[in-house]
Design a protein around this ligand. Structure first.
Ligand code: FAD
Length: 318
């Protein structure tokens, strides 16, 4: 079923969903099952699986030189999606990136997904790779997520990149895109970012999942601005608990989001690792309860290998 149909059918009830990362290369699918098994009691209608493009690593050579090599450390997104659907009978939503894909490779990936019965995707641009100062599109690839959305919509209308395809079969993908309650870091301001988000929706995106945030006021204000700009699709808040001291710096650096001072003080005041986890859980529970009371369509938890913590939060909210 399409992600948007779940929200329609829920008739105002807040749904829960999870996002997982493929494990590092060399792991087994059991690692994914071990982290998802305990979360299935909350009956998520769908689970997202992130996509990780290749990274550049430098290998030192015998002659003292370094060799630059591209390696994908977390492959397996589509395989994991299929395994999740088969094991749990839920819909799995693969993330698709512009970065690292030509349009033809995207087309082929979409054909695989369609054949596998996976009809939801989250369409993203992706970030610059390590050692690159800005996002560089693939040759014959897309520069912005909106172009990827347009390609998927074209396939839904039976139009393929490959001009040899005549009377191409229509696919039926439901398309999610990313939104940023604290604005995307490259955008000059929030209004400019929302104009670009509106364009993604006008191009055919069916729903939005937000970047993680720790201050609900940011989400509510973002939704108000989106609605004022004419964006009328569901906007699903994305949450991740902070449970470690170093995350006070690593999360803002990676995700360009702010921590409320009250949360920072509570994490710093906590006496040990266990107490910090408790602070993070309580904060996320507080956020979730407020969002639920406000009638959000769903809450999307970024599990990032922290399943027991997400489970502890979900137990108190769902
Ligand atoms: P876009 O929508 O293309 O926007 C990127 C920037 O360009 C924004 O500043 C936007 O305002 C601007 N812009 C857009 N269109 C135009 C235009 N026509 N002209 C000028 N400027 C424009 N990354 C991964 O690598 N793998 C994942 O699995 C993954 N999952 C994610 C899931 C969620 C819910 C979120 C919020 C992010 C995820 N990301 C993931 C990170 C994402 O790839 C980055 O945030 C990336 O920098 C932007 O992606 P986007 O799809 O929002 O890009």
């Amino acid at each position: 079923m399409k992600v948007t149909e779940y929200f329609e059918k829920a008739k105002g009830k807040t749904l829960i969903s999870f996002e997982i990362l493929p494990p590092l290369k060399g792991s087994t699918i059991q690692e994914i099952f071990d982290s998802l098994d305990p979360l299935m009691e909350f009956k998520p209608p769908f689970v997202d699986v992130t996509y990780h493009r290749e990274e550049f690593v430098y290998k030192s050579m015998k002659d003292g030189y370094f060799e630059k090599t591209a390696i994908r450390k977390r492959p397996g997104t589509i395989g994991i999606c299929t395994a999740i659907s088969q094991r749990y009978g839920v819909d799995a939503v693969p993330h698709l990136l512009c970065g690292g894909f030509s349009k033809e490779e995207t087309e082929n990936a979409l054909i695989d997904l369609n054949f596998l019965g996976i009809h939801n995707v989250l369409a993203l641009r992706g970030d610059a790779r390590a050692f690159e100062s800005k996002f560089v599109p693939e040759e014959k690839g897309h520069k912005y997520a909106i172009e990827l959305v347009k390609q998927i919509v074209e396939m839904n209308n039976g139009v393929y990149q490959d001009e040899h395809v005549v009377n191409g079969a229509n696919t039926d993908f439901c398309i999610g895109v990313a939104g940023y309650p604290e604005k995307h870091f490259e955008s000059p301001n929030m209004d400019a970012d929302i104009i670009n988000l509106k364009k993604k929706v006008d191009a055919g995106a069916n729903y939005i999942v937000t970047q993680l945030f720790f201050d609900n006021k940011k989400y509510f204000s973002f939704v108000d601005k989106c609605r004022a700009a004419g964006i009328d699709v569901p906007i699903i808040p994305g949450l991740k608990p902070v449970t470690k001291k170093y995350q006070l710096n690593s999360i803002p650096r990676k995700f360009y989001v702010n921590f409320p001072e009250e949360l920072v003080k509570a994490i710093l005041k906590a006496k040990n690792a266990e107490a910090r986890i408790q602070v993070g859980i309580e904060w996320a529970v507080m956020q979730s309860k407020e969002l639920k009371a406000a009638g959000v369509p769903g809450i999307h938890f970024y599990t990032m290998g922290d399943s027991p913590i997400i489970q502890a939060i979900a137990e108190q909210v769902f």
